[in-house]
Write a protein that binds this ligand. Structure first.
Ligand code: ASP
Length: 320
């Protein structure tokens, strides 16, 4: 009996250091973290679980990893504090949940999921979202839990650049990053989730595209699921994730064409770093980016896992 395909794709942000700035062990460790996230999601799908659970599981692994700009290891804002954004969307019924500018939730994607499940609203912000998560049983963490030496150094370096008038020369890696996942389950349901610390040195209170449904995160059954990374303001203005779905739905474009035109024409036209992962209803994956690298990975219907940080793809082993 033919089964419906299952698939998952993830990203760990398109703000990527030049490959030669770190040793091969560093990049191998990033690929191991990507592989762990992929496997967490794939296990859910392979057991017949829901795409919504798979994207949450994959994003939690990346939030807990210091390699990515989300959860532990998130970027610091201009005040030297963390304000985190996350969203999750169920393509089967368009339910969605998001939190923004949260400061004490260890796994913001879990709080976003709780918002989705509660159903009263789609987006909860700031202290109210922190308190909501606590009421849902998520023990708060101190804001310093999210800080790593690397992020503190990145903030200090960017502030020094600004004082020296060279902030426009800051690399994508110095400035931003995000994590995200899209999945297709056996029942044909699509889901997407995204989580971020946002931009290094961002203004307190600044919210990017990640928690804005349709901008950085979108899923609709029968069409596609999309999770974005890059300068959020431009993704919001393009309503980028939803526009990819609209191109599939109304313009007859395929996933690759719609995703690539969004990144290489629409978003690149603003001179920003941009990337995304997307999955269509047949399990096809698109993962375009216009920066020097994007942490990414996917497992398609054949069960083979691929991960990458820069150009070369690495087979991450048979995921059975
Ligand atoms: N999109 C995120 C934001 O603007 C940052 C990123 O993806 O790198 O907050």
């Amino acid at each position: 009996m033919n089964q419906n395909p299952i698939a998952i794709a993830i990203h760990g942000g398109c703000g990527m250091l030049e490959e030669e700035l770190r040793n091969p062990q560093h990049w191998a460790a990033v690929r191991t973290a990507l592989s762990a996230a992929l496997q967490a999601g794939w296990r859910v799908l392979a057991a017949g679980g829901a795409a919504l659970d798979a994207v949450e599981a994959a994003v939690v692994v990346m939030e807990d990893s210091a390699h990515f700009n989300s959860g532990h290891g998130a970027a610091l804002n201009a005040a030297g504090e963390h304000e985190l954004d996350a969203a999750i969307m169920d393509g089967s019924d368009l339910r969605a949940g998001a939190v923004c500018a949260v400061r004490t939730i260890r796994n913001p994607v879990r709080a976003a999921r709780a918002v989705l499940e509660q159903g009263d609203c789609v987006l909860l912000c700031g202290a109210a979202a922190d308190q909501f998560a606590e009421r849902c049983g998520m023990a708060p963490v101190p804001n310093s839990y999210f800080t790593t030496a690397q992020r503190s150094a990145a903030l200090a370096a960017l502030k020094a650049r600004m004082r020296g008038g060279s902030s426009t020369l800051a690399s994508e890696a110095e400035r931003h990053g995000t994590v995200g996942a899209v999945a297709l389950d056996r029942a044909g349901n699509l889901a997407a989730a995204t989580s971020t610390g946002g931009f290094n040195n961002k203004a307190p209170g600044r919210v990017g595209d990640t928690p804005i449904i349709g901008a950085g995160t979108y899923a609709a059954n029968g069409v596609c699921a999309v999770s974005c990374t890059g300068q959020g303001e431009i993704f919001i203005r393009h309503v980028a994730a939803h526009e990819i779905a609209a191109r599939l739905r109304y313009a007859g474009q395929g996933l690759a064409q719609a995703s690539e035109e969004m990144v290489f024409k629409e978003l690149s036209g603003h001179g920003i770093g941009a990337g995304l992962v997307a999955l269509d209803a047949a399990g096809n994956v698109a993962a375009p980016f216009n920066t020097n690298g994007m942490a990414r990975g996917w497992i398609g219907a054949d069960g083979v896992a691929w991960v990458a940080t820069h150009a070369p793809l690495h087979r991450a082993g048979d995921q059975g």
